[in-house]
Design a protein around this ligand. Structure first.
Ligand SMILES: [Fe+2]
Ligand SMILES: [Fe+2]
Length: 227
């Protein structure tokens, strides 16, 4: 009984954290839309971002539903969530570029192999439906990041100078977020795997493969070599 209760708690935590992450992602994308409007970025890209903010709210709702299906009764801790984008540089455009590279070029791109791996090891139909919806959207979110970077490179002349400063910051934050996760102890049960929890010690490998396979290939175009 104790073991089962423990497993249920990890499942609840996993889906609750996922709902928090998706809601946060939506809120931050809403703010990104406003930044893009203030900086007069391409209207088509602004509309893509508005659609992404809506997708992420759907992801938040369906993940929250799974958290409740596995018995979680907690509400999202809105007051303590990081729902705002930070202006990290004096230049608004440079701050936007960091958000684009870190969260969309890198974050959304690595989300595709990560969620694919999660979907492969899951078997519960309700969970498969959630992963399928997320996987339907994430490649478009990643594409938005790379297209916005290309637009900035063509239309904001300082992008060329900023990019070599921004890429290492974004990359090291990604590595901090993905690497050195200890394996679950006790190991994940069949039930937990079926309901979508994924061995977190594999996150780092998935990130490194994506850096080599995709980030590197895309950034070479801008004269940046990650090797
Ligand atoms: Fe999402
Ligand atoms: Fe996304």
């Amino acid at each position: 009984m104790t073991q089962r209760k423990k497993n249920m708690n990890r499942l609840q935590q996993f889906w609750f954290n996922q709902a928090v992450a998706e809601y946060t992602s939506s809120a931050r994308t809403v703010e990104l839309c406003h930044w893009m409007q203030q900086l007069s970025i391409s209207p088509d890209l602004i509309r893509d971002a508005i659609r992404i903010a809506d997708d992420e709210m759907v992801h938040a709702q369906i993940c929250f539903d799974v958290s409740q299906a596995v018995g979680c009764t907690k509400k999202l801790p809105i007051e303590s969530m990081r729902l705002h984008l930070e202006r990290e540089f004096e230049s608004h455009a440079k701050s936007l570029l960091l958000v684009i590279v870190q969260s969309y070029c890198f974050g959304e791109t690595v989300a595709v192999p990560l969620f694919s791996a999660m979907r492969k090891s899951a078997s519960e139909p309700a969970v498969i439906t959630v992963f399928d919806r997320i996987l339907e959207d994430e490649p478009r979110h990643a594409k938005f990041g790379w297209l916005t970077l290309a637009w900035c490179y063509e239309n904001l002349p300082q992008t060329k100078q900023w990019l070599p400063q921004i890429v290492p910051i974004a990359l090291s934050r990604m590595r901090v977020a993905y690497q050195n996760h200890p394996p679950f102890a006790p190991a994940l049960s069949e039930q937990e795997l079926a309901w979508g929890i994924f061995p977190r010690e594999l996150y780092g490998d998935i990130l490194e493969k994506t850096i080599q396979k995709t980030f590197n290939q895309r950034l070479v175009h801008y004269g940046i070599n990650l090797n």
